[in-house]
Design a protein around this ligand. Sequence first.
Ligand SMILES: [Zn+2]
Length: 318
Amino acid sequence: MRVTNLKHILKQEHAVNLFQLALKKRRLSHAYLFTGPEGVGKETTAWAFMFHLFCEKNSEDPCGGCKSCKKLLKELHPDVLKIYPEKREITIDQIRSINSFIKYPPLEGNYRIVLIKPAEKMNLQASNALLKSLEEPPSYVIFILITENFTQLLPTIVSRSQVVRFRTLSSEVIKNFLMKKLSYEDKIAETLAEISQGSLGKAIEIMERGLIEELHAFVNAGFCSDQIFKFKIAERVASFELRTWELFFYVLSVWIWKSYLKKKYNLPYPSAFPQELFNQNPFTALKVIYEAKIALEHYVNPELVFYWLLIKIFNQEA
Ligand SMILES: [Zn+2]
């Protein structure tokens, strides 16, 4: 679901105004640095901006239907170059490919866009190579660098870019979006909004990866005495891909905290969460999660890691 108009970006008025004004006056920077937490609309805004730049209807509102818009929708526009990490980082070879891309004038539109995300994944060599391209790019080139933390970038890169800040969204905004735009049910939307730290992207990812249900299954297995059932659930979690593990650990940690805060201080508890666990000391359980992550990084058999995790977290109660 691509947002094709800056008007429809959720609650990032600062960034949206800046671009609307720049487009109106046709005074565009050659490099923008988008900074802010994950999942609040940075990349969405970058693409929306491109629709305004490339739409052939040339009106204030991109049409979404012309040839250029269609190519953008498929992320196949020949004047857009995307640089994402290969494995863990962005390498100098990838940055070198930018040079050959910007050397030639646009094929279809009036601009050539280079999108780098997440910019903090550039290694030092790559960053230095990018600096050279940022120095005097041809007038038709616009760089968009996206980062969660611009303090991890070379200061010289930051100083050559126009910094555009993005902020976290309120849980009210997230809840409304999930209910109205994605038709999530009330209880789920509220829970996701409460646990996603102002990141709409994270809320949606948790839902799409089915992690609320997975948490229920895991907790049920934890409370149950059937060892075979426990092992089955451990096997299931072990089969997830890396990003799903990351989010699973996140949701599990939030559950441990919220359980503790509810039992100990009677604080509100997410309504779509499973039964709470009483932990005198949540840090012990959080430490177990940390140890499980380390074990996975060292290629310990994931089925054993998750089985061990299940036993350890719930055995503290005994
Ligand atoms: Zn169009």
